[in-house]
Ligand binder design. Structure first.
Ligand code: UDP
Length: 435
């Protein structure tokens, strides 16, 4: 058959929607735009509904096969097995180029710096690139004796072994970080793998559920650029106290909103929030509404919509009424926001999100953040009120919106024929076909 002679690419995603979404979109592009045959290997124990809908949708293009695998540990093999079989391996980085630069620099930091990184008196200087504030360092590198740090270092030190590194970003979003990695031998050993920015690859608007349809119908009735969308990724949630303050701040601001509310959790960590694995599912039992201040739903019903656990994020961000996005700054959410031209309010929770938020604010100019005192665990209602007003009505918010709209244009261009990301992927596809 035709499929049997078409060059075949295996795309392997680590578990978690944050990885599956961009890699699946990448797989789809390889099939529909570049005529390759792709097997998408999904390593999973228990697929969530969101995952099932995405990967087992009836509308997948022919030439894209999804294969569910049990939770096998590929971490120590993949490169070696493929080498034995003479199959070239490429890495796909689902985070920013800035974070890739940081990751590639870890082995050097590990050799050159004594003691803990968190005790450094100054931000970490990435050669040719921006600086990383100590308070933005991700949890995995805050304790070098920790196993998580050792694994992270091990994996990033193997990245340069790849035939190439694909990054879900684009030239105009991160020119400095991309340039730094390419030009600075400190990031990769010889021979330096090629860096291919192929983004922003974001998920397609998914099939809508009845509650999604209601949500979009509600948006249809709101003015342009007026609604604040609040959603903290596939698993982010707030502490009980933060949820209360957030609700009051939002109400006091008088702004329109769609808020994806989840059951609060009081276990852990920064900005009074934590990650609840399971793509919003474990917490989807309706009890979360009981944690909102008494009368909140009634008092805000003219201006706001509260959604339980999961909203059709890309559809909401694409809607002209959406005017700002309170986000945990996961890289997919960040790309979706700029791809749709929506400015962000940063509410970073875990992983590299603090670094993303700083970069999106200082280098890109699409994000505003709450003012947080060192050690402060909960952000008060007055600060939240200020932040929400500023995002929609203030000058700072308007400047971020202008920048986000510029980037929307730029993202559209880079993904079109002749655009840098499109051509980067096309170049790879040609190589793979010739292989
Ligand atoms: N998402 C969604 N609806 C929600 C919350 C999240 O569709 O209510 C999607 C969002 O569009 C994004 C993904 O979940 O594609 C979250 O990925 P991200 O990298 O932002 O964060 P992570 O979940 O990995 O922390």
């Amino acid at each position: 058959s035709e499929i049997a002679t078409t060059p075949h690419v295996a795309v392997v995603s680590s578990p978690g929607m944050g990885h599956i979404i961009p890699l699946f979109e990448f797989a789809r592009c390889l099939v529909t735009l570049h005529g390759l045959h792709v097997s998408f290997l999904n390593i999973t124990t228990e697929a969530s509904t969101a995952q099932m809908q995405l990967l087992h949708s009836p509308n997948l293009p022919s030439g894209l096969d999804v294969v569910d695998l049990p939770l096998v540990d590929l971490s120590t093999l993949a490169f070696d097995v493929c080498k034995e079989l003479s199959i070239p391996v490429y890495s796909f980085c689902t985070t920013s180029a800035a974070f890739l630069a940081f990751s590639l620099y870890i082995p050097t930091m590990d050799r050159e710096i004594e003691g803990e990184y968190v005790d450094l008196p100054e931000p970490v200087r990435l050669p040719g690139c921006s600086r990383v504030r100590i308070e933005d360092l991700l949890d995995q590198v805050r304790d070098r004796k920790n196993d998580e740090y050792k694994w992270y270092k091990y994996h990033v030190s193997r990245l340069p072994k790849a035939a190439g590194i694909l990054v879900n970003t684009w030239e105009d979003l991160e020119p400095i970080a991309l340039g730094a990695i390419r030009e600075n031998p400190v990031y990769t050993e010889i021979p330096t793998p090629q860096i291919y920015p192929v983004g922003p690859l974001i998920k397609d608007i998914e099939p809508l559920t009845a509650s999604d349809v209601d949500c979009l119908a509600w948006l249809d009735k709101q003015p342009t650029d007026s609604v604040i969308f609040i959603a903290l990724g596939s698993g982010g949630t707030l502490s009980t106290q933060q949820l209360t303050e957030f609700a009051w701040g939002l109400e006091l601001s008088g702004q329109r909103f769609i808020w994806v509310v989840r059951l609060p959790s009081d276990i852990a960590c920064d900005m009074a929030s934590f990650f609840c694995a399971g793509d919003g599912e474990a917490i989807n039992d309706g009890r979360e509404m009981e944690y909102l201040p008494e009368g909140f739903l009634e008092r805000t019903k003219e201006v706001g919509l509260v959604v339980s656990s999961w909203a059709p994020q890309v559809a909401v961000l694409s809607h002209p009424s959406t005017g700002a996005f309170v986000s945990h700054c996961g890289w997919n959410s960040s790309l979706e926001s700029v791809r749709c031209g929506v400015p962000m309010i940063g509410w970073p929770l875990y992983a590299e999100q603090r670094m993303n938020a700083t970069m999106l604010m200082e280098d890109v100019g699409v994000l505003t953040k709450p003012v947080v005192e060192p050690g402060q665990k909960t952000i008060g209602r007055l600060e939240i009120e200020r932040l929400m007003r500023t995002a929609i009505e203030g000058e700072e918010g308007k400047a971020c919106r202008r920048k986000a709209k510029e980037l929307k244009e730029s993202a559209g261009k880079t993904l079109s024929i002749g655009g840098a990301s499109y051509e980067s992927l096309s170049h790879l596809a040609k190589q793979w076909k010739a292989y």
